[in-house]
Design a protein around this ligand. Structure first.
Ligand code: SF4
Length: 340
């Protein structure tokens, strides 16, 4: 049996600029380097929102709004080692497509990165066998992400599972997340959740609480329609609704409130937050609930938004300062304290 040793890897265009692999200007530089396993053709899965899905007609080098040109792995790992030692980046995130041989590819990429740098590495992938996760932990993987993407089982089936002839099942994703916590520990496992796939705010917040109770960090994204994908005609979530979910997520992750403390209206929208008005206002002004959520050091600038806005996930505090005045005005209209 020949052992696969991929020599090429895709790098998100923003990461490639930070690493000096290509020239370009960035409004907000990524503080994590995002890598994507390279394979000829597309992913064998078929998620309705994804440019890499089996039946998607989107460009092969796209994931969400971002392009991912390929580079030699040997060059990428050297650039990562020096950027990390210069303090330009804090983490590497290896993202996988689903294809035969991907597990060997991941093990090889991780070993290559770890051979030259002690930068923390996250892996964002499909559910993995528990024994294989243990092997990755021993090889130096710091964190793992398994995406739920959808807030409910029904929506999951519709966009990632049987509804699109995809290989994923809600139950297997849940099992993989719980096993990942057993292997990596509480707080070392992330799941991505996408708002705007058709869920109610209540569904999303309930799933966020479920994750937090099990030591899983929920990272929130806004649905982004990509031409050529099954969901190309679905509209992104209303920014007002996304902001309410961000605030709820922040308060739940910080253990300031629980899902059960929130009040929802008939449409499943968050009615008000159970905090004194001044305290809530201070939290909103800080901008913290709106900064990109996920692994430490992950800011994914403009992954699910145009630079012109609305900026769903704010990449850093400086950017928040730029948009704060307009945003706080909006926030005071859409986010209410339950205190009279
Ligand atoms: S939160 Fe960021 S670093 Fe972590 S898995 Fe997701 S994209 Fe990667």
């Amino acid at each position: 049996m020949t052992i696969r040793k991929p020599e090429v890897i895709r790098v998100s265009i923003g990461s490639a600029i930070v690493l000096g692999l290509v020239k370009g200007l960035l409004k907000a530089p990524p503080t994590t380097v995002y890598l994507l396993t390279y394979t000829k053709g597309k992913c064998t899965a078929n998620c309705g929102f994804c440019a890499q899905a089996r039946s998607s007609k989107a460009r092969e080098d796209l994931l969400s709004r971002v392009s991912w040109p390929p580079f030699p792995l040997s060059e990428v790992k050297r650039k990562i080692a020096s950027a990390y030692s210069e303090g330009k980046i804090q983490r590497v995130c290896i993202q996988t497509l689903n294809y035969e041989g991907v597990l060997e590819d991941v093990a090889h990429i991780l070993a290559e990165l770890k051979s030259i740098s002690d930068i923390p590495v996250s892996l964002s992938s499909q559910p993995l066998p528990k024994e294989y996760m243990k092997r990755l932990l021993q090889a130096g993987l710091e964190r793992i992400e398994v995406s739920l993407d959808a807030a409910t089982e029904e929506l999951f089936d519709k966009v990632k599972g049987s509804g699109v002839n995809g290989p994923y099942r809600w139950g297997s994703q849940i099992k993989a997340l719980l096993e990942a916590v057993e292997v990596f520990g509480r707080g070392k496992v992330t799941t991505h959740l996408i708002a705007g796939l058709g869920e109610k705010e209540r569904d999303m917040v309930k799933t966020i609480q479920w994750c937090v109770d099990r030591g899983i960090l929920p990272a929130l994204f806004a649905f982004t329609p990509i031409p050529g994908t099954r969901l190309e005609n679905l509209t992104p979530p209303m920014i007002e609704s996304y902001r309410r979910i961000q605030v709820a997520r922040y308060l739940i992750v910080k253990r300031i409130i629980r899902y059960e403390d929130l009040m929802f209206n008939e449409a499943g929208e968050i009615e008000c937050f159970p905090l004194p008005r001044e305290r809530l206002h201070k939290i909103l002004e800080s901008g913290e609930p709106f900064i990109t959520s996920g692994c430490p050091g992950c800011n994914r600038p403009f992954y699910n938004e145009r630079v012109s806005g609305p900026v769903y996930n704010v990449p850093n505090k400086d950017f928040w300062k730029e948009i704060k005045r307009v945003e706080v005005e909006r926030l005071t209209r859409v986010i209410r304290s339950c205190s009279i």
